[in-house]
Design a protein around this ligand. Sequence first.
Ligand code: XIL
Length: 318
Amino acid sequence: MRAPSLDDAPLTELIAAQCSSLTPELEMKWAAVSPYKGAFEIDHGDRLVAFAQRHGLAIRGHALVWHAALPRWISDDGDWRTVERHIVRLAGRYRRQIAEWDVVNEPIADGGLRGGWMLDQFGPTYIDRSFHAAHEAAPDAQLFLNEHDLEYAVPEQKERRDALLALVRRLLRDGVPLHGVGLQGHLAIGRGSLDRTVLGDFLAALADLGLTLAVTELDVKERHYILPAEERDSHAADHVAHFLDIVLDQPAIRSLTCWGLSDRQSWLEVTDADRARFPGAWQDGTDPGLNRGLPYDAALRPKSLRTAIALSLDALRR
Ligand code: XIL
């Protein structure tokens, strides 16, 4: 959820009624809280926390360290204490309100650790140190490593799963306070197959290490923008149903978060490349509209994707 959504009354009512947890989409990222050296701008984060508390929602803190949200000013500052201060300030501020944090987000790339400022400055143990700092500041919080593109049975994602497993095993062996792994779940129709054995075995391997698992950022990037809205919705819903059928079979999965509730909030866009796949379409002035990969449409009407999620969760209770 983003802070501006707090002023959207129908949406906040829906969130309060439908959800049991919220994740700040931007407001707790490092570049957002500290746009210039010395800044600590946390008003939006505080507003989201207050909203969550008012409505009895849990909060998933997101994300203490993420390559895409490093403030520019840190490139002149190679001091670990700067990173540590950031982690401690944020995790410590909310230690009573936030019981679950994404400590390191997206550390994997190209079959190993993602390159970049953190790895260059501090080496692979920047991950260990980040978790230790978060644990000291918020000793009761469940600390997660969160990662994308682990879901499909395609070679590049197999490499990513293997790299993640190797990393997690190493962290646990070295006594790092890592409690959970988040599978982002940014699904994309046409990306590949969601295979029960491949994905199930991967989740089982993580669960066998004693970790809690979560789907942290579920949404669906569509493919067939040319179809009528209802058909588009049922494609997205089927994809999610299939994904959840595999994933929720793993008892270590303890939570499911969508990356937005309504298509009006989606970060996924219908791009020019998407439009180019359908030459001649929309010449009558119609438009593919928004990507429809979230449970509610832009007018906050529930779609088949919402039904798919509800049915999957119901099946779990039986
Ligand atoms: C995205 C937000 O949704 C966008 O609004 C923002 O511009 C960029 O970040 N993986 C993550 C999230 O862990 O933090 C990202 O969120 C989406 C991909």
